[in-house]
Design a protein around this ligand. Structure first.
Ligand SMILES: Nc1ncnc2c1ncn2[C@@H]1O[C@H](COP(=O)(O)OP(=O)(O)O)[C@@H](O)[C@H]1O
Ligand SMILES: [Mg+2]
Length: 263
């Protein structure tokens, strides 16, 4: 897809005494085929920005640009096209999956919505292909979410996100709910899909290993403000902002403790 840009975006929830300024003057860009990491602690405005990038959340100030075109000016046709070309993978796969629908039904659903005129056989074939892309056995087609492991549920969420052949995908904490042993394999699959399908990712996470696995550039958010933006390699090696330094050293402390505990 064309480059996706947020320019000086501000978003407030609620009004008056209840107003929460979730995002303040944030600018970012996601290049075609690239991954931008959006990192920060819980409540810093990451998911809000993810939804804004998908055109799924209104905002007070600033612009969303898709290939240089202002999203606010999209007509119905462009809007429908943008929705077909974008998707999201959520942290909690069980929330993304309807418990009363089989895996096959859940993965076919985005096609029902975005490509309703596709013949049923073609829809089925595409859904099966998406399962294979996400490394799920199509033999699991008739299983319900509760009959799948956590890793398989997350793969189902990934299959749903790619079945429409999107170009831009928001990964909102895609591995946060998973065991450490499963995490690496899911990240591997996400990287492989990016290469095979030419996807651009907005990767939302507070896990630095996840950032390292996927992102080239990062934006560090603190209380809704982008406190640092740059190449991940440089930010990690040489954080300019005090909050980024804290974030990184907190991670290092946790890692060190973890290692000691296991030893
Ligand atoms: N729908 C909403 N209504 C009111 N406040 C919200 C809503 N969504 C998020 N917020 C608030 O906006 C801030 C940022 O939330 P969020 O974007 O979910 O952060 P993150 O994903 O980094 O945890 C938080 O203070 C949160 O409570
Ligand atoms: Mg969030």
């Amino acid at each position: 897809m064309s480059t996706l840009v947020l320019e000086d975006v501000t978003k407030t929830y609620g009004q008056g005494a209840n107003a929460v300024e979730a995002v303040r003057g944030v600018s970012l860009s996601v290049e075609p085929g690239g991954t931008l990491g959006l990192i920060g602690e819980s409540g810093s405005g990451k998911s809000t920005l993810g939804r804004i990038c998908l055109g799924a959340e209104a905002f007070d100030r600033g612009r969303l640009l898709v290939g240089g075109e202002d999203f606010a000016g999209f007509d119905r046709e462009r809007l429908a096209e943008f929705r077909r070309r974008t998707s999201i993978v959520l942290q909690e796969p069980e929330l993304a999956l309807n418990p009363r629908r089989t895996l096959g039904q859940s993965v076919t659903e985005p096609l029902d919505i975005h490509f309703p005129r596709l013949p049923a056989a073609e829809r089925h074939a595409r859904a099966e292909h998406a399962l294979e892309l996400a490394h799920l056995d199509p033999g699991l087609w008739d299983r319900y979410p509760r009959e799948l492991s956590g890793g398989q549920q997350q793969r189902a969420g990934i299959a749903r996100a790619v079945v429409t052949e999107p170009e831009f995908v928001v990964l909102d904490e895609p591995t946060a709910s998973l065991d450490l042993s499963v995490r690496g394999r899911i990240l591997e699959t996400l990287r492989e899909l990016q290469e095979r399908l030419g996807l651009s990712y907005l990767l939302i996470t507070h896990d630095m290993a996840t950032v390292s696995a996927l992102a080239q550039r990062v934006v560090v958010l603190y209380k809704g403000v982008a406190v640092e933006t740059g190449e991940w390699r440089e930010v990690r090696a040489n954080p300019a902002d005090e909050y980024t330094r804290k974030l990184l050293s907190a991670v290092l402390r946790v890692r060190t403790t973890g290692t000691t505990d296991r030893a």
